[in-house]
Ligand binder design. Structure first.
Ligand SMILES: NC(=O)c1ccc[n+]([C@@H]2O[C@H](COP(=O)([O-])OP(=O)(O)OC[C@H]3O[C@@H](n4cnc5c(N)ncnc54)[C@H](OP(=O)(O)O)[C@@H]3O)[C@@H](O)[C@H]2O)c1
Length: 347
């Protein structure tokens, strides 16, 4: 029987995480930046239909944003098709975490509510499961106004949980100290970018705030496809994601050292009978405070679902982490170079 007929199949129980008292998520989330148009052409019909096998397999949690092209509409359309095929009772199987990424400016209640209402409309929901808030400029402290209104909208039932994305530890701490409850912070976290280990991870672990990690595969660079390959030129990079993370590889230590990392990951992967990507995701899933890893999905274009399911089938041991460290200790310190989580967005 498929999940469309009534139950979730495929992934083991260890794939689930109790995110809040009433939200149970898959620890590998489906990232929808990849449908925004900057990662190759997407056929909307095929893309929405392509969401079913993810949910069928147990990948029930989606990460999206107000500015990821049609992503919010895809959720609305998908929910409609889900109801048509399985009935209303199937809807709670799916979790959809969106973001609000406003331009800095005045943040009166009307502005905040209008943007939340737009997401509600597009996603065709009465309540947003999670609203992850981004802010571009800490010098403009009106982010606190916005968060105050988001909390009020939560109390009124339009948002189930308020969260952040790309906030650094200092500002997350400031927000928490104001008594504003945020359940998670979404940050870049990968074998290349381990900045969250410095302050963010320990702080979140202490306060019970979850981390949702993106960039764990470097847009696909951390995979067999790039093992033993020369550094790709910009013209060869088909997605905005690859361009973003190739810059991170350069900052981290360059292509030659990256090849050494891939070679170590390949040895670890072979030992466990899994893929390089599986090792890279498993490592991040095991970090303190990490609730889930978001993997970009190019719906209807490429397909890695079966491979990504194997991340729940093995565990890394001390020998594996020693091998990873043997390369990592020779890389640059991105915390020194760039700063804390999200600082790359604020230069
Ligand atoms: N909050 C933020 O500021 C922010 C920023 C970036 C991303 N995100 C979120 O994170 C999500 C992830 O995006 P990302 O840019 O970080 O990309 P990513 O997840 O690091 O990379 C996604 C790409 O990796 C490749 N891939 C996936 N599974 C694979 C496997 N098992 N083996 C080999 N290759 C595999 C695919 O490439 P191909 O399709 O080419 O095969 C896929 O398109 C986004 O969709 C978004 O939801 C958030």
């Amino acid at each position: 029987m498929s999940a469309r007929e009534g139950s979730r199949m495929g992934l083991p129980e260890s794939s689930r995480f109790r995110f809040t008292s009433d939200l149970d998520i898959c620890r590998v989330l489906n990232g929808m930046w990849q449908v925004s148009g900057t990662h190759g052409q997407i056929d909307p019909q095929a893309a929405v239909q392509g969401m079913f096998p993810f949910v069928d397999a147990g990948f029930t949690t989606w990460d999206l944003a107000d500015h990821y092209g049609p992503a919010e509409e895809f959720i609305g359309e998908f929910r409609g098709r889900l109801v048509a095929s399985m009935g209303e009772q199937a809807l709670p199987q799916v979790q959809a975490f969106t973001k609000w990424v406003p331009q800095p400016g005045p943040m009166p209640r009307g502005v905040v509510e209008a943007n939340i209402d737009r997401s509600l409309r597009r996603m065709d929901v009465e309540t947003l499961d999670l609203l992850q808030f981004h802010w571009w400029d800490y010098r403009d402290t009106r982010y606190l106004d916005a968060l105050g209104h988001l909390v009020a909208l939560k109390d009124e039932g339009k948002i189930r949980y308020v969260a952040l994305t790309n906030f650094d530890t200092q500002h997350l701490e400031h927000i928490a100290d104001q008594g504003i409850e945020v359940v998670s912070n979404q940050v870049q976290y990968s074998l290349i970018d381990r900045r969250p280990e410095v302050r963010m991870g320990p702080y979140c672990a202490d306060k019970g705030i979850h981390l949702l990690a993106y960039g764990a595969l470097g847009g696909g660079l951390i995979s067999e496809k790039y093992l033993g390959q020369p550094q790709p030129g910009r013209a060869e990079l088909a997605t905005a994601s690859l361009m973003k993370y190739l810059q991170m590889v350069d900052a981290w230590g360059g292509w030659e050292l990256f090849q050494e990392l891939l070679a170590e990951l390949k040895a670890i992967a072979d030992k466990h009978g899994v893929s390089i990507s599986n090792v890279a995701v498993r490592y991040i899933l095991d970090r303190p405070a990490v609730a889930g890893v978001i993997l970009g999905v190019r719906l209807g274009v490429s397909e890695h679902r079966a491979d990504n399911a194997r991340v729940f089938d093995f565990a890394l041991d001390q020998e594996d982490t020693d091998r990873i460290e043997s390369v990592a200790t020779r890389s640059r310190d991105l915390y020194d170079l760039i700063g804390d989580c999200g600082d790359e967005y604020r230069r």
